[in-house]
Write a protein of this length. Structure first.
Length: 339
């Protein structure tokens, strides 16, 4: 009985994180539908409130929730172009994030970063990144810094399955292993890189096998099963806190298109439908129902709806950055004039 109550509490906590991510991304997607062209496609005649490309992690929430549940506030995190879930799960404030997507002065990055360059150092979130695999050397360098400073925090480094075919993956993992750095590498494998199924681009057995070849402890996990991700991440994080890198290969599915205006029509409709049936939130909800927690699930969903309504209203009302602010927070080398 005691164990069942503990399991329910843990699963409810994980479900809450996933529900908040889903609410945030559904709202951001709706707010991005407007007249601005993305990828040459016109979304609608009314101007969008969220401008520019928006990469949604719908269907992948269990990876962010399961991994970040093991991170402390002073741990660090690097993300990808698909980073809203990681950022929220690391503890960033939903309202400040929505203000950032709306380009407002009260955003996490004063409206200058937007979706793809959001960062919140206050919770250790070092940044989303538009360059595939670029977070890997940043995470490795941050872990080296933590070690040199004698701090006991760790770094979680999220990247996609497409990133493992870029050079920084080998460089980062090799360096982390040679210097015994506290990094958890997380390959969030949604099985597609933009429009290309990654298995057609990837030789050998993938991320975990490549890490094992370097002597890095690695696990493969069903990335749509939040409890399985939670367990595997817990074991690996314990190892990382002991001063060794590790890799988690979480297999999931990107339900939406690559970017919000992409209908993803290049995929087999039956495959997408199967993935919808395997939705990580639906799976967690079913389990919680069986554990007698249906009412708690309803409460969490309602709280997420209230939180996102507040975030949207705050973002709508928030001030735009002053034009002069474009020249603030800019690093110069001193070698030339910016203006
Ligand atoms: C170095 C680099 N090459 C190409 C791109 C264009 N690009 C943007 S996202 C993407 C696919 C990345 O796939 P993956 O790493 O699996 O992440 P996912 O989009 O599936 O989350 C590509 C090729 C880029 N941003 N950076």
């Amino acid at each position: 009985m005691e164990m069942q109550a503990q399991r329910s509490q843990r699963l409810l906590q994980l479900y809450r994180t996933m529900a908040r991510i889903r609410a945030f991304e559904d709202a951001a997607e709706a707010a991005s539908q407007g007249g601005v062209q993305v990828w040459g496609m016109q979304a609608s005649a009314t101007p969008a409130k969220v401008r520019g490309p928006l990469h949604l992690s719908t269907g992948q929430e269990a990876v962010a929730a399961g991994v970040c549940s093991h991170l402390r506030r002073d741990d660090l995190l690097t993300s990808t172009h698909r980073g809203h879930g990681h950022t929220l799960a690391k503890g960033a404030d939903m309202t400040r994030m929505m203000c950032e997507l709306f380009g407002r002065a009260s955003g996490c990055n004063k409206g200058k970063g937007g979706s793809m360059h959001i960062a919140d150092f206050g919770v250790g979130m070092l940044g989303a990144n538009g360059v595939v695999a670029a977070g890997i050397p940043i995470a490795t360098g941050a872990a080296q810094a933590l070690k040199l400073q004698g701090r006991d925090a760790i770094v979680a480094c999220f990247f996609g399955d497409g990133a493992i075919n870029r050079g920084p993956f080998l460089e980062g993992l090799n360096w982390a292993q040679v210097y015994a750095l506290p990094v958890l590498f997380v390959c969030e494998d949604n099985r597609i890189a933009a429009t290309t199924p990654t298995r057609s681009l990837t030789a050998g057995d993938g991320a975990a096998a490549r890490a094992r070849a370097l002597g890095i402890e690695s696990r493969e996990v069903d990335g749509n099963d939040v409890e399985a991700v939670d367990r595997a991440a817990g074991e690996l994080v314990a190892r990382v806190r002991g001063g060794q890198p590790a890799l988690l290969h979480a297999i999931t599915y990107r339900i939406k298109g690559h970017v919000s205006v992409d209908p993803g029509a290049y995929r087999d409709a039956a495959e997408v439908e199967r993935a919808r049936q395997d939705d990580p939130l639906a799976r967690a909800r079913a389990r919680l129902g069986a554990l007698g927690e249906a009412a708690a699930v309803e409460r969490i969903d309602a709280e997420a709806r209230v939180e996102i309504a507040h975030a949207l209203a705050a973002a709508e009302a928030a001030p735009w950055p002053a034009p002069e602010a474009a020249f603030e927070d800019v690093i110069t080398t001193g070698a030339g004039q910016w203006r």
